[in-house]
Design a protein around this ligand. Structure first.
Ligand code: SF4
Length: 325
């Protein structure tokens, strides 16, 4: 593994069994939420992970952090496979890997003050107490743009954007090197979204952070990502540097997603064609044979219904899972 790589996942799968029976449970099917995924994230990089709701991106983020133990595959953090690691050892590594959730209101305990929320990881993982702890909390609140005088407030006394800042302060408290940002701006007003993106970018530079930034559309990740991975029904279908992906996307699914991203130039916007995909996303319980995307693909050919396309590097750093790419 190259030494500029912080995270590498190999052939990662997460299948959730569907069972019947109460006493003797019998597996009758499985949901393939994540299915044989491979990618890496370099130190200090932001990898955007994009896909429609239910494509498995949140499950993938949680498997990466081992919040859910994957069904199979490997997750390397600084060259060490987390999937084979015992729980107590994993706990110490997890301090360096944090998560920021989509809805900060759901993820913050409403009975705890802002100060208690930020202090919690410090109490669990460090020996910082008393005055030093209070100073640390004030410093963290300041770093994320909150006034330290807000320490005694409860989550409901903050606005949505302020709550997300609080969630970021909590994630930063024990100085992680990697953060999964799980749709951190989806629940926020458009006017606040840019502020949170800017904050995350500033923090990345200041604290040398590496991000997996999950979002459901390509317009959100464009600004913040160095590279972008596109996910469809549990599989990565395209990975490329941001500029290459937005300029010359190769996978028909990525091209369709890009056609929905607004372009600021009104003349270009008026002249381009939006690609509407036919049909619904197939159920992850009954995946189609061959390429997962073939029932909706506008350019599919016969082989697509029989053979699963592998993720191939078609240009340096540009990976695509399509027979026709
Ligand atoms: Fe479309 Fe075939 Fe490519 Fe799948 S492999 S995206 S069905 S062309």
């Amino acid at each position: 593994m190259a030494n500029d790589i912080l995270i590498e996942i190999k052939n990662l799968s997460m299948y959730f069994p569907i069972t019947k029976g109460i006493i003797r449970q019998q597996k009758i099917a499985e949901v393939k939420a994540v299915d044989g995924v491979n990618f890496f994230i370099r130190k200090g990089e932001t990898l955007g992970l994009v896909g429609e709701s239910g494509c498995g991106k949140t499950t993938l983020g949680r498997c990466l952090l081992q919040l859910i133990r994957p069904t199979s595959g490997e997750v390397y953090f600084e060259g060490v496979d987390l999937c084979t690691m015992a729980s107590d050892h994993l706990r110490s590594i997890r301090q360096r890997m944090q998560i920021i959730f989509q809805d900060p209101f759901d993820s913050l305990d409403p009975r705890m003050t802002a100060g208690e929320i930020v202090a919690e990881p410090l109490r669990v993982h460090t020996r910082i107490r008393g005055r030093e702890l209070r100073e640390k909390i004030a410093e963290l609140l300041k770093i994320v743009g909150l006034d330290p005088s807000m320490t005694e407030r409860y989550p409901h006394q903050f606005s949505g954007g302020q709550r997300q800042r609080l969630g970021i302060a909590r994630a930063l408290a024990i100085r992680p090197s990697f953060i999964v940002c799980d749709e951190p701006i989806s629940a926020l007003d458009v006017s606040i979204q840019a502020q949170i993106i800017n904050l995350l970018e500033d923090l990345q530079g200041e604290f040398d952070l590496t991000y997996l930034f999950i979002a459901h559309d390509l317009s959100v990740v464009r600004h913040i990502s160095h590279r972008v991975a596109v996910m469809y029904l549990g599989k990565i279908v395209e990975v490329a540097n941001r500029d290459a992906l937005y300029r010359v996307a190769k996978h028909p699914y990525t091209i369709a997603l890009l056609s929905a991203v607004p372009i600021p130039d009104p003349i270009v916007e008026a002249s381009r064609e939006r690609i509407i995909l036919r049909g619904e996303i197939p159920s992850p319980i009954a995946l189609p044979p061959g390429c997962n995307f073939h029932p909706r693909c506008p350019i599919g050919v016969e082989i697509c219904q029989k053979e699963i396309p592998s993720l191939r590097e078609i240009e340096e750093g540009h990976w695509v899972a399509c027979h026709l790419a």
